[in-house]
Design a protein around this ligand. Structure first.
Ligand code: IDP
Length: 151
């Protein structure tokens, strides 16, 4: 990921989306809209990564099931760039609960249940920046400075 800005947002295909072979279709939706794919990797999410990613949810009763779900297979983590991408991509993904997601949204078209909702997208610019750093392990320039100083 070359540069972070409010023009970047993370979108992940969750394990059910990967298992159901929806990666290509989901990429195509965002490309068709006009967004640019600037980062992509497939990884097995760890419990530690998820506890940071979902730090506001760790006390929720469904959290253990959420971790089981998110570790049930690989995740395809992506970063997308473009005008108002945080807000627009979130609209394209739809509400958390697929039962409330309109047809035409990713969740409204491809999923039924809140615990298997196929895709993740950030809901704020601050969240987007935090999640990109978390999933793509962007090392701050200042970290290199301190490593240099310490050596
Ligand atoms: P979001 O993914 O739309 O941003 P969050 O509230 O951040 O929604 O929840 C994160 C994920 O946790 C959801 O996408 C869904 O997979 C799961 N989740 C949220 N609420 C519930 C629930 O009530 N039962 C089961 N799983 C839930």
């Amino acid at each position: 990921v070359a540069e972070l800005s409010s023009k970047d947002t993370p979108i992940s295909v969750k394990p059910d989306g990967v298992q159901r072979r929806y990666v290509g279709q989901i990429i195509q939706r965002f490309e068709k809209r006009g967004f640019k794919l600037v980062g992509l990797k497939m990884l097995q999410a760890s419990d530690g990564l998820l506890s940071q990613h979902y730090r506001e949810l760790v006390k929720k009763p469904f959290y253990p099931n959420l971790v089981d779900y998110m570790t049930s297979g690989p995740v395809v983590a992506m970063v997308w760039e473009g005008l108002n991408v945080v807000q627009s991509s979130r609209r394209m993904v739809g509400p958390t609960n697929p039962a409330e997601a309109p047809a035409g949204t990713v969740r409204g078209d491809l999923s039924l249940h809140v615990s298997r909702n196929v895709v993740h997208a950030s809901d704020s610019v601050e969240g987007a920046e935090r999640e990109i750093k978390l999933w793509f392990e962007v090392v701050e320039a200042s970290a290199f400075f301190w490593i240099y100083v310490c050596l």
